[in-house]
Write a protein that binds this ligand. Structure first.
Ligand SMILES: NC(=O)c1ccc[n+]([C@@H]2O[C@H](COP(=O)([O-])OP(=O)(O)OC[C@H]3O[C@@H](n4cnc5c(N)ncnc54)[C@H](O)[C@@H]3O)[C@@H](O)[C@H]2O)c1
Length: 314
């Protein structure tokens, strides 16, 4: 039995990871989450191999008690302040996440954790110097505090490995959507608005491009990286590679949901809304060894998901 801690495990990606780990009998999972953007109802209730602890990962004393009492084999550090609006409105608060990363790495080293998995972000590339964005060759151009935190987090992972031999894998997540995502994010926001026939609002002209990854692809890739000992002390982009403009995404969602919504344009955001983003996801594809879930298929999967529908209607 492997003992795993998932910080941020009541969030979108963390809860999907937790559920998937629990489907395999060899994992026991402890979720630590302060429930700021997470929600307990994203997690299985009364599962015999799941423990939930409400705590702030940036508080060292709480984290020490948890890590020392449990002796985990693997750490998935997914807790973070997220969302362009929230992180821009809390430019000092978001930097506190550096404390959590540092404490957790330190405690992982002291409790002989076998590997530290860190959820970094496509934001570390900043305004892209080259497309598609490649883990080794694309320079990191991060400026906004959220991206700087991820960049510093990556540096901490590498330094802890270099100095103390703690193994790590850095996942640079690109836009990942799924039933557990809050309406702070474009996919959920657009679907929610489309289902109620309200206008879909876009910052600027909507020509900014994104790729979208259905959460199942993300989870299968990350669990395979764990199970098959892949990408140890390495960085892996986790994201879809098919580009779409935000305007076309809005049109697609209106079409798929059969909505009467109109599209409205707002002034462009001052910063943090990158014009282009596209991962080189060759490493991820190598892990998955199959095609990724297409965008329209992913939207259909979301619409069929009962937990998503009840969340959207709440
Ligand atoms: N979803 C994406 O598209 C995306 C893209 C890039 C990076 N990421 C990264 O992936 C991770 C998961 O993101 P998500 O989309 O699931 O977001 P989410 O908001 O659904 O999940 C984050 C979780 O962390 C918890 N949390 C936040 N601060 C905490 C703290 N100090 N202590 C304890 N818990 C805390 C929240 O309550 C929430 O449950 C984050 O690290 C995020 O930066 C996500």
């Amino acid at each position: 039995m492997s003992r795993i801690i998932v910080t941020g495990g009541a969030g979108n990606i963390g809860s999907a990871l937790t559920k998937s780990l629990l489907e395999k009998p060899e994992y026991e999972v402890t979720v630590v989450d302060n429930l700021t953007t997470g929600n307990l109802n994203k997690l299985p209730q009364n599962h015999p191999r799941l423990k939930f602890i409400k705590a702030d990962v940036n508080d060292n004393s709480e984290l020490s008690d948890i890590m020392l009492a449990n002796r985990f084999d693997y750490v998935f550090h997914y807790a973070a302040m997220v969302g362009v609006k929230r992180t821009q409105e809390n430019p000092v608060g978001v930097l506190k996440d550096i404390d959590g990363i540092k404490h957790l790495l330190n405690l992982s080293k002291n409790t002989s954790v076998k590997r530290f998995f860190f959820s970094s972000s496509s934001e570390v590339y900043g305004e892209p110097v080259s497309i598609p964005q490649h883990e080794e060759t694309t320079p990191l151009n991060s400026r906004v505090p959220y991206a700087v935190v991820k960049n510093v987090g990556e540096a901490f992972c590498r330094s802890f490995h270099q100095e103390y031999g703690l193994d790590y894998t850095i996942f640079r997540f690109f836009n990942t959507y799924g039933p557990g995502q809050t309406a702070d994010f474009v996919m959920t926001k657009f679907i929610k608005l489309a289902l109620s026939n309200e206008p879909l609002t876009i910052y600027g002209d909507g020509s900014q491009t994104r790729t979208f990854c259905y959460v199942e692809d993300n989870i299968e890739a990350t669990i395979k990286a764990l199970k098959n000992d892949l990408f140890i002390n390495d960085v892996v982009n986790i994201g879809g590679s098919k580009i779409i403009t935000i305007l076309d995404l809005a049109k697609l969602i209106i079409d798929v949901t059969g909505s009467k919504s109109q599209i409205e344009h707002l002034p462009p955001l001052k910063e943090g809304d990158m014009t282009r983003r596209q991962p080189d996801n060759s490493k991820m594809k190598q892990i998955l060894n199959r095609d990724l879930i297409g965008l329209e298929e992913g939207i259909q999967l979301l619409l069929k998901d009962e937990s998503f529908r009840s969340y959207i209607n709440a």
